[in-house]
Design a protein around this ligand. Sequence first.
Ligand code: NAD
Ligand code: UGA
Length: 464
Amino acid sequence: MAEEKFTKRILCIGAGYVGGPTMAMIAAKCPQYKVTVVDINEDKINAWKSDELPIYEPGLLDVVKQARGRNLFFTTELEKNIKESEIIFVSVNTPTKTFGEGAGKSADLQYWEKCARDIRGAAESDKIIVEKSTLPVKTAIAMERILSANEKDLHFDIVSNPEFLAEGTAIRDLENPDRVLIGSKETENGLKARESIVEIFANWIPRDRLITSNLMSAELSKLVANSFLAQRISSINSISALCEKVDADVSEVAFAIGKDSRIGNRFLNASVGFGGSCFKKDILNLVYLCETFGLYEVAAYWESVVKINDYQESRFVQTINSALFNTVTNKRIALFGFAFKANTSDTRESPAFYITKKLMEEKAHVVISDPKALKNAKLDLKGYNNLIEYEEDPYKAAYKSHAIAVLTEWDLYKQLDYQRIYDKMEKPAFIFDGRNILDHQKLFDIGFNVYPLGKPHLIHFKEA
Ligand code: NAD
Ligand code: UGA
């Protein structure tokens, strides 16, 4: 399509897990728009231009290929693209601050603010700026102030359009979302800007799933959605600890309570802990916000969700240690999975990282296996690399090991020949299922000592 035929020119700053897939979907669904994605990281942009995308996400390459070169472009050229676009999504990272006021809890907004200043510096016409990153409540107001302080008499409308996609299912989530949330100021200009963003998504999403609200509600809803999801996991994980004490089965409890339609059955899988770049960061952001407003009880309530998650990770390591006769030193332990969940190569805040470090502290010989995340695992554990083995093939990883710990729920691990694995392991052989995905009775019958989460342990000798 010739340049002038495009009915909207959209720019996205930040070509990460959110910016890349979201813009690819918009471009694939809306050939009438020109969509450009810009990033400061040249390697990442080159990867987006190739068939080796910088992130692993099922179905993503197909969507990218539908639009790339037609109306979807990846570049590092920021200024020119700011000038050319009417709508700018900002999808840069907003990690937890590691320094100064609010360190460890509040969001580090330096990347976001830099974008606002870059936009202000380069813009030559009015623009709609869309918050795609997850941000503290009222960031839009601060950004509006920064953008308005321009000497060119330009007008910027800020719209909040938080992203709810989950990694591993990003394409399905973007194609068929439960809802898309679009918040704006309720002024004449604000409502016009809001409608302009609604119009984009209305190209493929039914109107009744396009929810609108004021700016602060949209910003807060994103933090609250993630906090509620994480809270469900911490709730069931806390119950998994009790189940182990009273010989109840956490899967049966989850099934029974999930049948109540008021509770619902999703996000009730007990696990070694939730990971991912956002849950912890967003809860802590909410905690910080509450503390800022003097709501200390509310802050403590939400902080406990993170504390239970930390507890669950350390409980898992303690179970391994005590089952292995209170010493893992020099024992070979195969970790099945390093990604924070299945179907992604992402390892950010993965429980596997904490568990590896704890086992290393006890001088265990850790062998990490994962079908997609070994590259990221090696980067995460850079300082320790000569002490850890990385082995993609789970059979080789488990060879001569004393124990296996399943940390990611990859389907692959359900389908392995555990008799073959058992035959080559040190005896007694142990398996710790941090995701409850294996057939525990079958493993026990093979000869393993089996430690599921929140279920009775299946052991061939009296427990230590
Ligand atoms: P990411 O780290 O994968 O991507 C962010 C990108 O922004 C990086 O490639 C970085 O190089 C780039 N960047 C930073 N500053 C820049 C600048 N000044 N100019 C150009 N590029 C710049 O992060 P992500 O996972 O995509 O998350 C982005 C935001 O979306 C965060 O606020 C996150 O909380 C939120 N979010 C993430 C997910 C998810 O599944 N990862 C889901 C929903 C929301
Ligand atoms: C989560 C949310 O689901 C998305 O809606 C949100 O957009 C995103 O965070 C974000 O803001 O970044 P994501 O982190 O990609 O998505 O993955 P989830 O499927 O939510 O899983 C998060 C963690 O919880 C994983 O470690 C997963 O294994 C764990 N989990 C999930 C459980 O332990 N039990 C469950 O029942 C469900």
